[in-house]
Design a protein around this ligand. Structure first.
Ligand code: NAP
Length: 293
């Protein structure tokens, strides 16, 4: 029985990245659809759930992706609404790589140490990766501040996350380098999740911070989101903090994404979103990856 992955993307052109990782994660065949919306997904789900007998349903799975996390979440919900009883297949959400990227990053930061009670600033956290990273940190007991350039938008993002994930987040407007420098002054952890190639923090603004312990930058497109962090950093010692760059934790992100795909084919009722993907990331860190704290 072949492992079939239905890659349903909310963008017009389905992600090539997601389809390559799907093959590498254990799919025998990947069927990619673009422009999938909640109102058109019904017949697609029916095709996936009504075609194989109970013991073979695990060989069919669905991956929801695309660049828009909000659209992805709506599609993810619509797919689950069509499931009933045993008529379901395993399902994963990873719009823009948000869950796997954030999970890899936060799992590395929390490896071998408790983050409970620490304070973190997620710079430019209003995008998909920042939102998920903020939730994962908050679930670790971290007091999280999320910044964006506009207060209203940042607050709306935090409110939505608080409702969806039952966490507490503070929204701060930080439209320029100086205001972002102020937003990290008391932080133990800084994670930058800004758009590719945008410098969010200068080195002089974090190099002397007395409480800072952990710094991560998700941006893999030069210049770095946090000046002074190398994209290859994976627990490098810089200015009394441990630093992680986008490629440094990107290898775990890729391994995690593949592992999640593999797990979809082990049962027919797995649902992988932020919580579950973060749990898998934590399992992987320190085990097969032999990470050092
Ligand atoms: P995104 O949605 O493109 O951007 C995140 C936020 O950046 C936006 O919500 C926006 O916030 C802010 N922003 C945009 N332009 C800005 C500017 N000129 N100045 C200041 N802030 C600006 O990002 P994402 O998809 O969440 O991804 C975050 C980062 O992770 C990106 O750099 C992406 O390339 C990287 N990434 C890395 C990996 C990996 O494996 N390492 C995987 C996926 C993605 P406001 O409008 O609210 O200010």
């Amino acid at each position: 029985m072949k492992n079939l992955l239905y890659q349903w993307d909310t963008d017009a052109l389905p992600s090539v990245f997601d389809s390559v990782v799907a093959y590498d994660g254990g799919a025998d065949h990947v069927v990619s659809y673009g422009g999938v919306t909640p109102d058109r997904v019904g017949p697609l789900v029916e095709g996936a759930i009504f075609t194989r007998g109970p013991k073979d349903k695990r060989h069919t799975a669905i991956f929801v992706g695309g660049s828009d996390l909000i659209a992805g979440e709506a599609l993810f919900k619509a797919v689950q609404k069509k499931f009933f009883g045993k008529f379901r297949v395993s399902l994963m959400l990873d719009s823009n790589g948000a869950n796997t990227t954030a999970a890899a990053c936060v799992a590395l930061l929390s490896n071998g140490r408790s983050l409970e009670g620490m304070s973190a600033t997620v710079l430019a956290g209003t995008g998909p990766v920042g939102q998920r990273a903020a939730v994962m940190l908050a679930r670790e007991g971290v007091i999280v501040t999320l910044t964006g350039r506009q207060l209203e938008k940042t607050r709306a993002v935090c409110d939505a996350l608080e409702k969806q994930f039952d966490v507490r987040l503070s929204a701060v407007a930080a439209p320029d380098l100086d205001s972002r420098a102020r937003s990290v002054m008391d932080a133990n952890i800084i994670i930058a999740t800004g758009a590719a190639g945008v410098v969010l923090l200068e080195e002089k603004h974090w190099s002397g911070l007395p409480k800072l312990q952990l710094v991560a930058d998700a941006n893999a497109t030069p210049p770095a989101g946090i000046e002074g962090v190398d994209m290859m950093d994976r627990g490098a010692h810089r200015h009394n903090a441990l630093t992680y760059g986008a490629i440094g934790f990107g290898t775990l992100k890729l391994a995690l994404h593949r592992a999640c795909i593999g797990r979809l084919f082990q049962q027919n009722d797995l649902v992988l979103d932020a919580t579950e993907i973060y749990a898998i990331a934590k399992e992987m860190v320190g085990q097969s990856h032999g990470e050092k704290p």
